[in-house]
Design a protein around this ligand. Structure first.
Ligand code: ATP
Ligand code: MG
Length: 331
């Protein structure tokens, strides 16, 4: 089993990223061969300050290691270090339907937020994401619920490539956590908690101080009711139940039973303490790891070397199959 996933080095990563994605990456190390990529080329599809982007790439690297990724047991690298991703995205553009790209919800959402320029990069982002995964012939892609459409697209691209050029790429499966696949913004529980948009006050960052986490959770928007249970008209409470269950590794029904008859205040207090306790060790390890930038760079460079070995083999076969470049090795 080969597992691949990417995460953006934008902003500070949040609780949704942690339970939806990062935690699955850590599990993946034990279940198979984990390959994890910090996707700086995806980040530049919206405006970034160049110096800050480099800083944030180190932040994200340190967060991932602090959360439990062990560069000795997985491959952890920076997307732009492995040129095969961009080359493969171009080659795969030949088997990607424009109409399919045009249906991507995330492009529509993100393009609406752009004030200056809606870049072509933002539009073709899912194609680069397909190349990221397909270059490694990964079987499984751990992601949050918001990535379902992009996963379907990459499956279609792989299948179309295989139909046209022979069975060379692996059609991967998305892997979504059973609980916590879509954590919502605490101030606006109809909107996904996101790195780049939504209320800051409603976004719990992995590196937030305990007091700040408590404050954000205590001021989470709820409803005028009193019952701690999930429901279509109870988006805020539903989200808090989901958060608590995700970090405890239990089913939401268990939390509903436990807090039957409790008020929202007590319930929020319990969620806040659980989140604080959950994030504290990551924040502590992060503080130890982050200052060693040379060490982080060395880790990324070693990861890129291992990644390139796998990706360049796929690329050689794809080029050969498509008739691009000089005749060479057979796949
Ligand atoms: P942006 O909103 O700018 O895309 P992001 O918060 O989605 O940023 P990414 O680096 O794009 O951050 O996503 C990393 C991983 O986290 C992806 O697998 C994504 O599906 C997952 N993820 C993002 N937000 C959530 C969320 N609210 N709940 C669960 N998983 C999430
Ligand atoms: Mg995202």
């Amino acid at each position: 089993m080969r597992i691949f996933s990417g995460i953006q080095p934008t902003g500070r990563k949040h609780l949704g990223n942690y339970v939806g994605a990062i935690r699955q990456y850590v599990d993946g190390q034990d279940r198979g061969e984990g390959i994890y990529c910090i996707v700086d080329l995806h980040a530049i599809t919206v405006p970034q300050d160049p110096a800050q982007l480099r800083e944030q790439l180190h932040d994200t690297t340190a967060i991932l290691i602090a959360a439990g990724l062990d560069p000795k047991r997985c491959i952890l690298f920076r997307q732009s270090d492995v040129h095969e991703h961009t080359e493969l995205s171009w080659l795969l553009s030949a088997v990607t339907a424009w109409g399919d790209l045009n249906r991507m919800h995330q492009f529509k959402e993100k393009s609406e937020q752009q004030r200056e320029l809606v870049s072509a990069g933002l539009f073709i982002y899912p194609l680069l994401m397909a190349a990221d995964v397909l270059a490694y012939r990964a079987t499984e892609v751990p992601v949050g619920d918001d990535q379902r459409q992009h996963i379907e697209l990459m499956r279609d691209i792989a299948a179309r490539f295989n139909a046209r050029y022979g069975e060379l790429l692996v059609v991967p499966e998305g892997r979504y956590p059973e609980v916590g696949a879509r954590i919502m913004n605490l101030q606006d529980p109809e909107t996904r908690m996101s790195t780049t948009y939504g209320s800051e006050q409603g976004t719990v960052y992995i590196l937030d101080e305990a007091e700040s986490v408590r404050k954000k959770i205590r001021s989470a928007v709820t409803d005028s009711g009193t019952e701690v249970r999930r429901g279509p008209d109870k988006a805020g409470i539903t989200n808090l139940i989901e958060i608590l269950s995700a970090i405890r590794g239990t089913q939401p029904e268990a939390a509903e039973r436990e807090f039957e008859g409790s008020g929202y205040g007590d319930f929020k207090g319990a969620v806040a303490e659980a989140v604080v306790e959950y994030l504290a060790p990551v924040r502590e390890r992060y503080a130890e790891l982050r200052p060693d930038e040379a060490g982080l760079e060395a880790t990324l460079a070693a990861g890129a070397e291992k990644a390139r070995e796998i990706a360049s083999d796929t690329l050689a076969q794809v080029r050969e199959a498509m008739g691009v470049g000089p005749p060479g090795r057979k796949g």
